[in-house]
Design a binder for this molecule. Structure first.
Ligand SMILES: NC(=O)c1ccc[n+]([C@@H]2O[C@H](COP(=O)([O-])OP(=O)(O)OC[C@H]3O[C@@H](n4cnc5c(N)ncnc54)[C@H](OP(=O)(O)O)[C@@H]3O)[C@@H](O)[C@H]2O)c1
Length: 354
């Protein structure tokens, strides 16, 4: 897809309940959700410096603003991210849980030393993971349930079939996928309706455009795009001298290393010129670009501070016309980034990259 093919302006619906956040539907069978989702991962895991009180305040600010899609994983902080969301919903104004669409990833195995094991997509494991998540979230249903990585040892039909049984039993509302390739999308969709594919998509991660996105569209599967700021790299706030703890994912991410980082931050400076011309921020430009790629795409942002959330929400009122999109493409051409989006050992687990 080229920049001129799909330019969806981001507008608030003219009728219905007034809300500062417009909504989009996830796929042809999925739920209506806020056009911007909040990913809670960095509040409990993978990025250094999470602050529980500020995380709760950010979740509350998001719910207050009309953000309904909240994404988590049972392995983010070994369940603590789910418990954080539980607390945020319990302490929010009445009706928050009913309005929220909780998306949960499972399957990533952990160990007591904070390490990661293989993924487990066996049906019995699916039921076990779901039972614990329901308990930690303090809810009787998960709105969207998905395995974080396709388990190469278990046919995807079996994993999805197990979630479909949870749907039948009322424990889960919708089935999603994560980082799955086009063939897997087809196989999964032959078993049960799939609401959305969660996958990395940003100005500097455009791998889905060739095959995965067209296949998802053909099958009526929506996209929840993560890493739209490339984990902060293209937010306009990341500085080359920032020191990262060894436990921070970015300390091992190829894009944040040495010459790659310098090159990638040069791209951000080009993008900053475009953003300044429009009077918006770099992060807003990057998020608005993802929003502009189609009504079937919902960006998840990883804000963990209220000011970052407010900045991200500002992207919803940015309209990019054809000239803006062309200027963005010139600043950050497809494939311009240096470095893979994951270290090679983790790239190997991405069904979407095979
Ligand atoms: N399915 C999957 O495989 C997968 C993988 C990764 C993530 N996810 C989901 O996607 C969500 C988002 O992913 P992500 O956190 O990696 O993506 P992101 O939104 O690209 O990056 C978030 C980071 O960018 C920095 N940032 C700077 N300005 C920001 C702004 N205005 N708004 C938000 N963040 C800003 C923050 O880092 P600092 O706070 O350190 O400055 C923040 O932690 C996650 O929370 C998770 O739910 C899914």
């Amino acid at each position: 897809m080229t920049s001129s093919e799909k330019t969806t302006p981001v507008t608030t619906p003219a009728s219905g309940t007034p809300s500062p956040v417009p909504t989009r539907r996830l796929g042809s069978t999925g739920p209506q959700v806020s056009a911007l989702g909040l990913g809670a991962m960095g509040m409990s895991a993978l990025y250094e410096g999470g602050d529980r009180a500020e995380s709760l305040a950010t979740l509350h600010a998001a719910l207050d603003a009309g953000v309904t899609l909240i994404d988590t994983g049972d392995f983010y902080g070994m369940g603590s991210n789910e418990m954080l969301i539980n607390e945020a919903l319990r302490t929010a104004p009445a009706g928050a849980r009913e309005r929220a669409v909780i998306s949960v990833k499972f399957g990533g195995m952990r160990d007591p030393d904070n390490g990661w094991g293989p993924v487990d997509g066996r049906p019995a494991a699916v039921r076990n993971f779901a039972a614990y998540s329901l308990q930690r979230l303090g809810t009787d249903h998960i709105d969207i349930y998905r395995i974080a990585r396709v388990d190469p040892a278990v046919p995807v039909e079996e994993t999805v079939g197990a979630i479909a049984e949870l749907v039948q039993a009322g424990h889960v509302r919708h089935i999603g996928l994560s980082e799955a390739g086009a063939d897997t999308l087809r196989r999964a969709a032959s078993v049960a309706p799939i609401s959305d594919l969660q996958i990395e998509y940003s100005l500097i991660s455009r791998g889905i455009e060739d095959t995965i996105l067209p296949t998802a569209r053909e099958l009526g599967i929506g996209i929840t795009a993560y890493g739209v700021l490339s984990r902060g790299l293209i937010s306009g706030h990341f500085t080359p001298d920032r020191e990262l703890a060894a436990t921070d994912f970015r300390a091992i991410s190829p894009r944040f290393q040495g010459e790659n980082l310098r090159h990638n931050l040069d791209l951000v400076e080009s993008l900053r010129k475009v953003a300044e011309q429009k009077g918006v921020t770099v992060a807003q430009t990057a998020i608005a670009w993802v929003l502009s790629r189609g009504e079937d795409i919902v960006p998840l942002v990883g804000a963990r501070h209220r000011d970052r959330l407010a900045e991200s929400l500002g992207a919803l009122t940015v309209t990019l016309d054809a000239d803006d999109l062309a200027a963005i493409e010139r600043a950050v051409p497809a494939g311009a980034a240096q470095g893979d989006r994951y270290p090679s050992s983790q790239m190997a687990h991405l069904d979407s990259e095979h």
